[in-house]
Design a binder for this molecule. Structure first.
Ligand SMILES: [Zn+2]
Length: 73
């Protein structure tokens, strides 16, 4: 069964609902404030950029964009 997360535009409440048909999405009411302004939240898996130290800006400058006074080369 598809469980979707919804966020109320009015009170910012986030709640989950089972959706059996796509038409239900439009008439969902917030369980907290009752407003029918819920928008679907894509509960994407947490994909955080944790790319090691390959491109950590600031720590070292590239030769093409060295600021004046840089001592990297
Ligand atoms: Zn609400």
């Amino acid at each position: 069964m598809p469980i979707y997360e919804f966020k109320c535009k009015k009170c910012k409440n986030i709640f989950e609902r089972l959706i059996f048909s796509p038409t239900e999405e439009g008439v969902l009411s917030c369980p907290q404030c009752g407003a029918k302004q819920a928008e679907k939240v894509m509960s994407a898996p947490a994909r955080r950029k944790s790319k090691g130290s390959s491109d950590s800006a600031g720590s070292s400058c590239s030769a093409t964009s060295c600021p004046p006074g840089c001592s990297c080369h």
